[in-house]
Each structure stands twice: as structure tokens, then as C-alpha cells.
Write a protein that binds this ligand. Structure first.
Ligand code: NAD
Length: 290
């Protein structure tokens, strides 16, 4: 298949490389100077999109996505599919899909989870929004770049699923970290805390699969000096998107709001920038109640 790939950063580059490795004809574009194994580089986003059956975008945010979409939609042939894998706000995802469909294109919003490791290994999870026909067109490519793709509903549903999931993740990570810090102050051994909670009703992915306490549970960024992993600023981005969506949909999300405030403080006014999002544990360790 002839594929255009726009945004060849930490995630996009390995995803595009996997498509090329699987035998697809991939033409890419990034504003920054990049080189990706097996991918032919074009001089502009429009040039990368021209003649492609599927164009994939993997960009930093909704504003950039809207800008790039306005450039590539007119260059794409009717019936081709625009598949956005970036994490962006639901409103931008829907606006871009509408524009694409008005131009006779298929559109899918398909944000991913699995991070840079999953992108390199081809084991991402895709959560997709769009018509059945659009999803079916993108599905074989999801199979190469990932291990699972869930068709969540119409346009925007993929982004909605992603930010709801990550809102739960941000909230449970904070809860897990503050509970460890409280357990420390109560003199409870961290291994015992893990043994109990990971098999009791307080268990979660944050505790069981990504334990924020070094030396406890499976290997996680905590065992590597809290080097990301999933950076605190990326968690903050997703929490902000969740609260933007909650504003737009008039939903009451007090825990999500508080998680956004805490990660803002951590990233912008404390030491969180560049740290894994589980570094909330050493943050709480250092603090007192007042
Ligand atoms: P990144 O910053 O490494 O890559 C983004 C790329 O887009 C950069 O190479 C940049 O030069 C390029 N770009 C920016 N504006 C452009 C334009 N106008 N035209 C062409 N290229 C342009 O970011 P990333 O880590 O690859 O993340 C990409 C997306 O995936 C983000 O939306 C992010 O939230 C999401 N995501 C990231 C992770 C992760 O662990 N890194 C996990 C899940 C989802």
C-alpha cells in the first residue's frame, strides 16, 4: 500500500519504519531533519500525502494537526484515508474528520497507548473513532504497528477513550503514590504494602504493573531513577485534554481536575519535568501535611 506518514518523532519514526519493514511503500515528512529506515522523505506534508491510499499523522497537538490537515486534505485523492494517531483534543479530532469527509476522504482518529517501546516493537494498542469503512481500511496497518485495535465508535471516540483511560491512570498513580508515602510514615514496609494492595481491592495497573516504589513489584521506571517511561509532562498533556473535554461536555470530573492541578504543580513548579509520572512518590515522600 502507498502510505504517507507525517510526524516522524519518537513515536512516528518507529511506527513508519515498521510499516516499511512490512513491505509498504512509505513516504514521510517531518519539519525536523529526520532519517527513518525504509522511508522515503518528501519535501512537504502535501507531497508526502499525494497519491497515498492512507496518510498517517503523528503530531504533538490538535493545533498542529489542524494546520497539517488543512495542507494535506486537498492533496489527497477521494477515497483515501486520513488516520491521525496523535493524542489531541476531541474537538480537533472531530473537526479534522469533518473536513476530510467533506473532501470525500475516510477519516479515523486512532490514538495509541504503549509508548515508545510499544511503537518500536509494533505492540501498540489503537483506540479508533470513525466509520466502519474507514476503520476497515486502517485495520491492516494497525495490525503491523500494534497488537490490538478497538473500534470505539464514530469520529472522536478514539480520543475520548484515550483521555478517559489516562485520566484514570493519572488519578490512580497519585492515589498509589500518596498511599505509599502514608504507609512509610506509618512504619509499614513497602514490600508488605505491595503484597497486600496488589492482591486486594486497592490494586490497579499503577500498583501492579508499574509500581512507583523502587525495588518493589515488577521492574518499572522507579527502578531506573524515575527516568521515563511515560514522562510527567505527557501525563499532564493528557490530563489537560481530559479537562478540556470535560468543560466542553459539561461533565463533573473533580478527581481528574485535582490530578491535573497536581501534575501542573509537579511539572511547572517542582522537579517533575523530564521525570517519569510515577516520580509523584518521591514528591510525596518529601512533603508534610501542611
Ligand atoms: P515528538 O515530539 O517526538 O514527535 C512529533 C513530531 O512532529 C516531531 O518530530 C516534530 O518535528 C513533528 N512536527 C511538528 N509539527 C510538524 C508539522 N507541522 N509538520 C510535520 N511534522 C511536524 O512526539 P511523540 O512522542 O512522537 O508523540 C507524538 C504524539 O503521540 C503526541 O500527540 C503524543 O501525545 C502521542 N503519544 C506519545 C507517547 C509517548 O510515549 N511518546 C505515547 C502515546 C501517545
Amino acid at each position: 500500500m502507498k502510505i504517507g506518514f507525517i510526524g516522524l518523532g519518537n513515536m512516528g519514526a518507529p511506527m513508519a519504519a515498521n510499516l516499511a519493514k512490512a513491505g509498504h511503500d512509505v513516504t514521510g515528512f517531518d519539519m525536523a531533519k529526520v532519517e527513518v529506515a525504509g522511508v522515503t522523505l518528501a519535501a512537504s506534508a502535501a507531497a508526502a500525502a499525494e497519491g497515498a491510499e492512507v496518510v498517517i499523522t503523528m503530531l504533538p497537538n490538535g493545533q498542529i494537526l489542524r494546520h497539517v490537515a488543512a495542507e494535506i486534505i486537498p492533496a489527497m485523492a477521494a477515497g483515501a484515508a486520513l488516520v491521525d494517531c496523535s493524542t489531541v483534543d476531541v474537538d480537533s479530532a472531530r473537526a479534522v474528520a469533518e473536513q476530510a469527509e467533506a473532501a470525500g476522504l475516510l477519516a479515523v482518529d486512532a490514538p495509541v497507548s504503549g509508548g515508545i517501546g510499544g511503537a518500536a516493537a509494533g505492540t501498540l494498542t489503537f483506540m479508533a473513532g470513525g466509520s466502519d469503512v474507514a476503520f476497515a481500511k486502517a485495520a491492516p496497518l494497525f495490525e503491523i504497528m500494534g497488537q490490538k485495535a478497538v473500534h470505539c465508535g464514530t469520529s472522536g471516540a478514539g480520543q475520548a477513550a484515550k483521555i478517559c483511560n489516562n485520566m484514570i491512570l493519572g488519578v490512580t498513580m497519585i492515589a498509589t503514590c500518596e498511599a505509599f508515602a502514608l504507609a512509610d510514615k506509618l512504619g509499614l514496609d513497602r514490600q508488605k504494602m505491595f503484597d497486600v494492595v496488589s492482591t486486594s481491592s486497592g490494586y490497579s495497573w499503577s500498583m501492579n504493573a508499574y509500581c512507583p516504589a523502587p525495588g518493589v513489584g515488577p521492574t518499572s521506571p522507579a527502578d531506573n531513577g524515575y527516568k521515563p517511561g511515560f514522562a510527567a509532562e505527557l501525563m499532564l498533556k493528557d490530563l489537560r485534554l481530559s479537562q478540556q473535554a470535560a468543560d466542553s461536555a459539561d461533565a463533573d470530573t473533580p478527581m481528574g481536575q485535582l490530578a491535573e492541578a497536581l501534575y501542573t504543580q509537579f511539572v511547572e513548579r517542582e522537579e517533575g519535568k523530564g521525570m517519569d509520572f510515577s516520580a509523584m512518590l518521591p514528591r510525596f515522600e518529601k512533603r508534610t501535611r501542611s
